[in-house]
Design a protein around this ligand. Structure first.
Ligand code: 13P
Length: 254
């Protein structure tokens, strides 16, 4: 399948930024800037901002996602939020397995898999993050590592459920560092992920799956990254907090 037939998705991961009142202001500024987007636009604010974001995006083309969800429906999991809670609010997307979750909060490939399955079972769309550290890249194991992360995260996920999965390749060394992967590096690993999906689910599913790049993507480098045949969108951190910059990346995804 031609890249043009895959949905391009630009998603903003706000990370731990913006209070509810700040979130409302940011969304209100963003709405007019992306109203003619030629791609799917998603914002992923912190949990406490989701209500405000859902309200402020009502009737617009902006979709709302969370940054994580737990794998159990309810129970004694202090500080966690379940997929059914997000679903009932009207949240459509959820980021799973971000490298900051893996690095700082003990997330493993196995818990990423459990969270992915729970989110999909609830009907949420998952933005599943994979990516290597600098040490792993220098060791020459990027392809093997990212393929393995993908395989474990998708264990037990059906071909049908893959319609609701977006994969985000985020090299850890490029996140928040200002060191963007070159477009060739991004495309190479995205192609590895697509080949892995082909082995797991066949060519048709692999060709239909949106694979994003994330890591210091900004208004200046987005067009070049997004022009690559296997880069179908972006997961944006820092630049998603600036409406004009995020809108410029959205415009580059046309
Ligand atoms: P930056 O765009 O700030 O590098 O963050 C990328 C990221 O981690 C998005 O999930």
């Amino acid at each position: 399948m031609n890249k043009a037939l895959r949905p391009a998705v630009i998603a903003g991961n706000w990370k731990m930024n913006k209070t509810p009142s700040e979130a409302k202001k940011l969304v209100e500024e963003l709405v007019p800037l992306v109203k003619d987007a030629g791609c799917t636009v998603v914002i992923c604010p912190p949990f406490v901002d989701l209500s405000v974001a859902l309200e402020a995006t009502k009737g617009t083309n902006i979709k709302v996602g969370a940054q994580n969800c737990h794998y159990e429906k309810s129970g004694a999991f202090t500080g966690e939020v379940s997929a059914s809670m997000l679903k009932e609010m009207g949240v459509e997307y959820v980021i799973i397995g971000h490298s900051e979750r893996r690095t700082y909060f003990g997330e493993t490939d196995v818990t990423v898999n459990k969270r992915t399955k729970a989110a999909l079972a609830e009907g949420l769309k998952v933005i599943l993050c994979v990516g290597e550290t600098l040490e792993q890249r220098e060791q020459g194991i990027t392809a093997e590592l990212v393929a393995m992360q993908t395989i474990i995260a998708l264990n037990g996920v059906s071909a049908e459920e893959m319609k609701n999965v977006i994969i985000a390749y985020e090299p850890v060394w490029a996140i928040g560092s200002g060191k963007t992967a070159t477009s060739a590096q991004a495309n190479e690993v995205n192609a590895v992920i697509r080949a892995t999906l082909a082995k797991l689910y066949g060519e048709a599913v692999a060709d239909a799956t949106t694979i994003q790049y994330g890591g210091s993507m900004n208004a200046a480098n987005a067009a070049e990254l997004l022009s690559q045949p296997d880069v179908d969108g972006g997961l944006i951190g820092g630049a998603s907090l600036k409406p004009a910059d995020f809108a410029a990346i959205v415009a580059a995804a046309k």
